[in-house]
Design a protein around this ligand. Structure first.
Ligand code: FAE
Length: 547
């Protein structure tokens, strides 16, 4: 589609004058930065030219927050430009697959890594030998932030490309506690149902679940949890469960039933390219540019924003740097991406009035992963669907957590019940941006992860005691029973009502909005994308009501 409500590069004299001033101030900033020892790569981020184009609405990132923003704007008649650092995953490679299978990873599997880097470090006690894959713009990023690693989706659709598609509703009490400025009634009566409908959330058919060999692992997980009186719940999701039933019958190509999930899913997953982004592009008012990495925001005196964007090649070399001027800027780069962009821009003096709250209230959604070894009479199945559909819900107990019963699709019987727990850990981290190193850092450490582990352990010790079972010690580094150093659910960094106003507008910077997981201060009590989507819907209602 050809762009935009874009004005061409401004030519008339007032604009030229502004550009000169702009350039002069940038040169001044560059001199100042070099005097404080900025590295070459950081100083290279400073835009040296005026804007190459001007758009009314610019969205950075194509995950949940960004997709909602783009769709709602386009639906209301506005033209929107979206920038995505990853690629568009819509063409099969020579093997006929868009995404790789777990057993045959290549550059498509991971974001610029020589080797696969999976959450499980070992299996049956043996160190997992992560195969060499060749660096490329693959779909799953494992981003290191010191002690903590976060897993992220890269490409058009963001996290929806790699996630487990679980879409549970949060608890009203958690929304009230973490996001007190949100009207809980409106959130539950309007925004969550709207998000569910637009994301096409559906549920597995009870009869299929009860009998399917693909969910034996989940039934075993439920049965052992129920043996101590724990409540287990169905978890709706954005995998097309009717398609899954056809996979089981062998009528259609398999995806969830063929081990695909975390490295992308070829069929059946209702990722954002099949929902919000599809609706957005169908309006013909949205253009998505891939391999476009936004690196810096500069607030202009007239209330507009200049965004520096690098166009990348396959090897992440910069082909071109452009500056896009916009009247309205929506950050949907995720908890880490949006926070990083704000903090880097502030460090480079582009956002002078940014609140000191930016970079605070970050958490891994209390994530910890662990597994129990069942008895031989409690098998979990050789064949396992990759899409979890059951959770152990202990939120309102003395061990507050929500643990999804996670598959372990190894193709062999492991008798292993695996869980990813979202715990109510009060620990929060804080980011810092180091200009000299051009690096975002996070003050997380092992001690910060302990509270999550304590909660999950206390809860699942009870099952072990009752069942006379033990935790697996053959999955994580050093024989650890619980993971501590990674998260699938990074949240916070630009918390709603703290770094932003009650609707996501960044304090001190009108018309600059955070639309994504950065808004949620560290924990939401369940898997987060449904809540992120609903919050973005709420934010866009507010934006459009003022337009
Ligand atoms: P996100 O979806 O991460 O989108 C950000 C987008 O911005 C990405 O496409 C980035 O490539 C792009 N981007 C970042 N920085 C830039 C930049 N500077 N310039 C241009 N583009 C940029 O953000 N959640 C659930 O609710 N249920 C699940 O079952 C579930 N399973 C998960 C399993 C895995 C393995 C992982 C990694 C995550 C899982 N999640 C799950 C988490 C969920 O996917 C995540 O919370 C959301 O995707 C976050 O949505 P955002 O809109 O915040």
């Amino acid at each position: 589609m050809k762009v935009m409500a874009s004005t061409p590069t401004p030519q008339p004299s007032p604009e030229t004058t502004k550009r000169k001033i702009h350039r002069r101030s940038l040169l001044g900033a560059a001199a100042a930065l070099s005097s404080i020892g900025l590295t070459r790569s950081a100083s290279a981020m400073i835009p040296r030219q005026g804007p190459t184009e001007h758009v009314n609405h610019l969205v950075i990132g194509t995950g949940y927050g960004g997709s909602v923003a783009a769709y709602r704007l386009a639906q209301a008649g506005h033209r929107v430009l979206m920038l995505e650092m990853g690629k568009r995953w819509n063409k099969p490679s020579a093997d006929g697959q868009v995404f790789t299978k777990m057993v045959k990873p290549d550059w498509r599997s991971m974001w610029y890594r020589d080797r696969l880097a999976m959450p499980l470090d070992r299996f049956l006690g043996l160190k997992v030998v992560n195969p060499s894959i060749g660096k490329g713009p693959g779909v799953l990023d494992r981003r290191n932030l010191g002690y903590m690693d976060v897993f992220l989706g890269r490409g058009v659709g963001g996290g929806s490309l790699v996630n487990g598609a679980m879409a549970p509703r949060p608890r009203p009490s958690v929304i009230q506690r973490e996001l007190p400025m949100v009207d809980v009634q409106a959130f539950f009566n309007t925004y969550l149902p709207r998000a569910e409908q637009r994301l096409r959330v559906n549920s597995i058919r009870p009869e299929f679940y009860a009998k399917s060999r693909w969910y034996q692992y989940a039934r075993t997980g439920e049965r052992t949890a129920q043996s101590v009186g724990y409540r287990t719940v169905n978890v709706p999701g954005t995998y097309d469960f009717r398609y899954m039933e056809r996979e089981a019958k062998g009528e259609v190509p398999r995806s969830a039933l063929d081990g695909q999930v975390i490295l992308g899913n070829d069929h059946g997953k209702l990722d954002l390219t099949k929902t919000y982004l599809k609706y957005a592009e169908a309006t013909k008012r949205v253009e998505i540019r891939t391999s476009h990495h936004a690196t810096q925001i500069k607030a202009l005196p007239n209330g507009r924003y200049d965004v520096t964007v690098e166009l990348k090649d396959f090897h992440w070399n910069t082909l071109k740097t452009v500056v896009i001027r916009t009247n309205h800027l929506y950050l949907g780069a995720g908890s880490i991406g949006s926070t990083e962009l704000l903090m880097r821009s502030a460090a480079l003096d582009g956002l002078k009035r940014l609140s000191h709250e930016v970079g605070k209230h970050w958490g891994p959604n209390g994530n910890t992963m662990f597994a129990r070894a069942n008895h031989i009479w409690h098998p979990t199945g050789m064949r396992q669907s990759t899409i979890p559909v059951r959770g152990v819900d202990l939120w309102d107990t003395d061990t507050p957590c929500f643990a999804e019963i996670t598959p372990m699709p190894t193709g062999i019987e492991t008798w292993c019940s695996m869980y990813l727990a979202v715990t109510d850990s009060p620990e929060r981290g804080q980011f810092a941006y180091n200009l000299a190193k051009n690096q975002l850092s996070l003050d997380w450490n092992q001690a910060r992860s302990e509270k999550a582990v304590q909660i999950a352990k206390a809860a699942f010790d009870r099952i072990n005691r009752k069942q006379a079972t033990i935790y697996r010690t053959d999955l994580f580094e050093g024989g650890a029973k619980f993971s501590r150093n990674f998260s699938y659910h990074p949240l916070g960094g630009a918390a709603l009502g703290r770094a932003t106003d009650a609707f996501g507008q960044v304090l001190g910077h009108p018309h600059l909005y955070v639309t994504d997981g950065a808004l949620i201060p560290g924990v939401v009590g369940v898997n987060p994308f449904l809540t992120i989507t609903a919050l973005a819907e709420r934010l866009m209602d507010q934006v459009l009501s003022q337009a």
